[in-house]
Design a binder for this molecule. Structure first.
Ligand code: CU
Ligand code: ZN
Length: 364
């Protein structure tokens, strides 16, 4: 049993760094010493209730680290291996895994338990759940081996962490869900970690015009550095400005990467007739997206939802990290601030204030 620091959410908007204990890995589980944890908007969505969960819960679902111990039957990694964590399992046996759709794996559950329905984190006899099998906003994490991908030892752990959620979600939305074509036009509403990754995916796909839309000029500046050809501050009429940039037609591919229905509506209005609109941002359970009953068929648009960038993560993590190594995927520019785990509350305050493209907690 280990004692460690972890960021624990105990109820809505109630979270703090706590000392907890961690059991050793059971069969098919792995103990990982966490090296970097990305602070993702979905962590905030757990804190503020957008994503309903069972509290108490260790936050964190975007991370990378080094394998310290493996449980029985584990063959895909060994102690000393560097790994990126996937918050979606890949059981290999369910309906979706058998059809190359592991991003929809049916073993994915929101109850915060391990595969066997028990937990490894405790505090004074109390069971503590973990976010999406990982709960890696902590010094250590015990995770199902099916959630791990071995990566090369020379890869920066912050970059490796980002690939665990935001980068795979965004790059995959462009390359795999929307299948952006060379020479096409793209508009991305929201230029945080996921939006910047969509922009990079569109650039890698060879899009000719990539328009970034956001309220933050700082984020729009980063968007330009990583591949946006045009930027629009959303304080004005963003749809009108996208139309002006596309000869009144609209873009071939619209993306929404925030999770606000009104912004999805803007993004779909900025998408041309016959174009493809992809929703990546996650809104609340009781919110609805609206389609106009007359215009939806008449404009022949395609609407897509994109979960985890359509990732086959065991193939895609190494692929995206290779693009990073080659300088084609700029992950360093996306990390705008690092924190210690003791600074986790500050890190969330900065996220809420819109200060970071991506903030990352690093551990020694
Ligand atoms: Cu995330
Ligand atoms: Zn499965």
């Amino acid at each position: 049993m280990k004692t460690m620091k972890a960021v624990v959410a105990r109820g809505l908007n109630d979270y703090a760094v706590e000392e907890v204990t961690l059991d050793p890995p059971k069969a098919d589980e792995v103990l990982v010493k966490i090296k970097a944890t990305g602070i993702c908007h979905s962590d905030l969505s757990v804190i503020n209730g957008t994503i309903p969960v069972a509290f108490p819960m260790v936050l964190g679902h975007e991370g990378a680290g080094v394998v310290e111990e493996v449980g029985e039957n584990v063959t895909n990694v060994k102690p000393g291996d560097h790994v990126t964590l996937s918050f979606v399992p890949n059981c290999g046996d369910c309906y979706h895994c058998l059809r190359s759709e592991p991003y929809l794996c049916l073993k994915s559950t929101p109850d915060g338990k391990m595969m066997d329905g028990t937990v490894r984190v405790h505090k004074d006899g109390e069971d503590i759940n973990v976010m999406q099998f990982l709960g890696n906003m902590a010094e250590y994490s015990v995770v199902p081996s099916m959630c791990l991908v071995k990566i090369d030892d020379d890869i920066d752990m912050k970059a490796a962490a980002l690939v665990g959620c935001g980068v795979t979600t965004g790059v995959g939305a462009a390359l795999k869900t929307a299948e952006v074509k060379p020479g096409s036009t793209v508009a991305v509403f929201g230029a945080g970690g996921v939006g910047l990754s969509i922009i990079q995916g569109a650039r890698i796909a060879g899009a000719a015009k990539i328009i970034a839309v956001d309220l933050s000029d700082d984020k729009l500046a980063i968007a330009k550095e990583v591949g946006a050809t045009d930027v629009i501050n959303a304080s004005g009429d963003a749809v009108k400005e996208v139309m002006a940039l596309t000869g009144g037609i609209g873009v071939d591919y619209g993306f929404e990467a925030i999770g606000i229905p009104a912004v999805v509506d803007q993004a779909q209005k900025a998408t041309r007739r016959g174009g493809t609109m992809t929703v990546v941002g996650v809104g609340k359970l009781d919110q609805k997206l609206e389609l106009n009953a007359l215009m939806f068929p008449l404009t022949s648009k395609t609407f897509k939802g994109s979960m985890y960038g359509g990732a086959e993560f065991k193939v895609d993590f190494p692929k995206y990290l290779e693009l990073y190594k080659q300088g084609k995927l700029d992950l360093d520019r996306m990390v705008t601030q690092t924190y210690s785990i003791d600074e986790a509350v500050q890190a969330f305050d900065d996220l809420v204030a819109g200060k970071n493209a991506r903030g990352v907690i690093v551990y020694d």
